[in-house]
Design a protein. Structure first.
Length: 75
């Protein structure tokens, strides 16, 4: 799985949303704050402005979790 376009990662204050390729299929995935805190190393207590500012990095850190769950994030 890989990020299709890091600039397409969005944070709406509740969920982080982005596009990844899973088994050759472009898939939109979402992760809520709890998922970010649990699976994005270094962001275990991130506040909204930190998530907004570092959304691409956070999304990259979530890739192992998203890979294990086949693109189905908890939200």
């Amino acid at each position: 799985m890989s990020i299709n376009n890091a600039n397409a990662v969005e944070w709406d204050g509740q969920t982080l949303t982005g596009l990844v390729t899973v088994d050759g299929t472009l898939t939109r995935v979402k992760a809520d704050r709890e998922t970010i805190h649990r699976y994005a190393a270094g962001f275990n207590d991130a506040v909204t402005w930190e998530i907004e500012r570092h959304r691409e990095l956070i999304f990259e850190k979530l890739i192992p979790f998203l890979t294990r769950t086949r693109g189905c994030a908890v939200y």
